[in-house]
Design a protein around this ligand. Sequence first.
Ligand SMILES: *[C@@H]1O[C@H](CO)[C@@H](O)[C@H](O)[C@H]1NC(C)=O
Ligand SMILES: *[C@@H]1O[C@H](CO)[C@@H](O)[C@H](O)[C@H]1NC(C)=O
Ligand SMILES: *[C@@H]1O[C@H](CO)[C@@H](O)[C@H](O)[C@H]1NC(C)=O
Ligand SMILES: *[C@@H]1O[C@H](CO)[C@@H](O)[C@H](O)[C@H]1NC(C)=O
Length: 366
Amino acid sequence: MTAKSGTRSWLIFTLLLFWSAAIGEARPPKPQPKSPQPIVRKEWRTLTNPQKKAYIKAVKCILAKPSLNSGEPFNTTATGVISRYDDLVYTHIQQTYSIHYVGHFLAWHRLFTATYERMLRDECGYKGAQPYWDWTLDTPASQWTQSPVFDPVTGFGGNGPYVAGDPDSPFAVPGRTGGGCVQDGPFAGINDLVHLGPGESYSYNPQCLKRDFSPYFAGRYLGINQTLLTLSQSDFGWFNRFVEGGPSFEASGVHGGGHYGVGGTLGQMGDLFVSPADPIFHLHHANLDRLWWSWQKLDLAARLTDISGPLFLMDYSNASGGNATLATPLTVGVSGQDVTVGDVMDITRCGTAGALCYDYDNLYTL
Ligand SMILES: *[C@@H]1O[C@H](CO)[C@@H](O)[C@H](O)[C@H]1NC(C)=O
Ligand SMILES: *[C@@H]1O[C@H](CO)[C@@H](O)[C@H](O)[C@H]1NC(C)=O
Ligand SMILES: *[C@@H]1O[C@H](CO)[C@@H](O)[C@H](O)[C@H]1NC(C)=O
Ligand SMILES: *[C@@H]1O[C@H](CO)[C@@H](O)[C@H](O)[C@H]1NC(C)=O
C-alpha cells in the first residue's frame, strides 16, 4: 500500500465515519408506540349488515360470559347475577337512586355505556364502536314501529303483543301498545334472557325480554323539536334537566322518551332499575351521550368543565345538598376502574390520561 493510497483510504474512512454519524443524526428517533385514536361511534342504520351482525354477536357473547361478581364483598343474595351482562344491570340497579335526577346522571351513563363498549371489544372480540340510535329519525309517531333498530333481521326485534293493564294506574304509559315478550329478532324466544328485576330485585328471576312500545310517547318526546330545545339550553344544569325531564310522564325529556317509547309500562326499558337488561338501552344512551357531546362542542373550552346539579335524587332546590363537581366519584363496580366526573368530560381523551377514547361521526347542531 502506497502512502498516497493509505492517506486516501484514511480519508475515505473518516468521510464514511462522518457520513454515518450524520446519517445517524438524521435518522428519525425510534418509533414511539402509536397513541390510540378514538374509535368512532355511528348510527345503527348506517352500519353495514355484517357490522350489525358482529355487534349483535358480541352482545350475545357478553350475555353468555360468566359474571365477575363473586366472593366477598359481593352480595351473595344476588342470585340473579350470572353473566357479565348481568354485572352491568346489577350495578345499575344498585345505584339507581344515586345516578338518576342528579347532576352526574349523564357522566355516570357515559361511563356505563363506554364500559359496555369496552367489554364487547376486550372480552368478546368486537372490532367496532358502540352504535347509537338517533331516534329523531324514527319520528313522528307514525314511523316509530318502522325503525331499523327494531328490524327482525338486522336489528333488535320489535314490540311484544298487547297485554291489558289498568289504564288508570299511575304507571300506565300513555299510548302503550304491547307488554309481552318480543316476538322476533335475535332476543326472541329466550325465556331466561333477563335474570334480574323487576325493579330492585337481585334474586334469580328468569324472564323474556319484554317491550311495550308507545309510538305516541316517542313522537312527543323524541322529535328533533324536543332534541333541539334541549340542545339550546345555556347552562349544564338546565341542559341536564331537559334531558332527564321531571318525574311524571307529562314532564318527560328525551331520556324518558326512549325508555317509555320502547319499554312502556311492562317492558324492561320502562323500568328505572332493570332497564339495561334490554340491549337497546346502550344505543339509546349512546345517543343521549352524543346529545351531551353535541352540547359540549357548541362551546367546548367552557363545557369540558361545566357540571352542576344535585348530588342527591331530585334535590334541585336544596343548596345544602350541594352540586355535582368534577371530583364527584363514579363507579361501575367490578367492570371498570373507579373514576371521577372530571375523567369523563372529554370523550376523545385517549391513552393513560383518558378514561374513554371515542368520538361520534356527526353531532346535532343548532
Ligand atoms: C343484597 O341483596 C338483597 C336482595 O337480594 C338486598 O335486599 C340488599 O339490599 C342487598 N345488599 C346490598 C349491600 O346491596
Ligand atoms: C314536538 O313535536 C311533537 C309532535 O308534534 C309534539 O307532541 C311535542 O309537544 C313537540 N315538543 C315541543 C317541545 O315542541
Ligand atoms: C337537603 O340535603 C341534605 C343532604 O342531602 C338532606 O340531608 C336534607 O334532608 C335536605 N333537605 C331538604 C329540605 O330537602
Ligand atoms: C349549584 O349550582 C347552581 C348553578 O348551577 C348554583 O346556583 C347553586 O348555588 C349551586 N349550589 C351550591 C350549594 O353550590
